[in-house]
Design a protein around this ligand. Structure first.
Ligand code: HEM
Length: 138
């Protein structure tokens, strides 16, 4: 009887643990906001009629980038303790590059330089690629 109770308890607890492991990290949530925002941004960046909405969208992207700086990537746990500070400083530096690129795009849009803004989108792509290759867990 005791064994049956034990097995029943395990079967109830185990899914709760696996659900927890699958949950999005706060950093993943910010990344998802950026992914959605970037999709929308690339569709409207050179549309002068949408200038105001584009600026609002870039503000949202900047907020998500700034929030991302406050969370350590999952990969941090697999970095030896002695190297963690260096790893996190490099991660935050890469997020700063992203924020700076958003600032430049915002300035271009506000200055009606839509072609320049569109060209700057490519820099976001390479900053993202480098960020993921260095800081995202395999
Ligand atoms: C606009 C640019 C970016 C976009 C659209 C983007 C998008 C994403 C997406 C869709 C994910 C997966 C989220 C999930 O699993 O639900 C992700 C994960 C991740 N991204 Fe980005 N990303 C961007 C820039 C960056 C940059 C610059 C860095 C590094 C400085 C970075 C670091 C990471 C990390 C570390 C993860 C894994 C999350 C974790 O460890 O908790 N991303 N990103």
């Amino acid at each position: 009887m005791k064994i049956r109770t034990f097995l029943l308890t395990c079967s109830l607890i185990a899914p709760a643990f696996s659900l927890h492991a699958d949950e999005d990290t706060p950093l993943e949530k910010q990344m998802q906001i950026m992914a959605r925002g970037m999709k929308q941004l690339s569709g409207q960046i050179n549309d002068p009629a949408k200038q105001e909405s584009t600026v609002t969208l870039i503000e949202t992207l900047k907020k998500a980038a700034s929030n991302s700086k406050g969370w350590d990537p999952r990969k941090t746990a697999s970095i030896p303790q002695a190297d963690r500070e260096k790893f996190l400083t490099a991660y935050k530096g890469q997020i700063d590059k992203l924020s700076e690129a958003f600032n430049q795009i915002e300035e271009a849009v506000k200055g009606n330089k839509y072609d320049q803004a569109k060209a700057l989108l490519a820099t976001i792509g390479s900053i993202k690629k480098e960020g993921h290759s260095k800081f995202q867990q395999d």
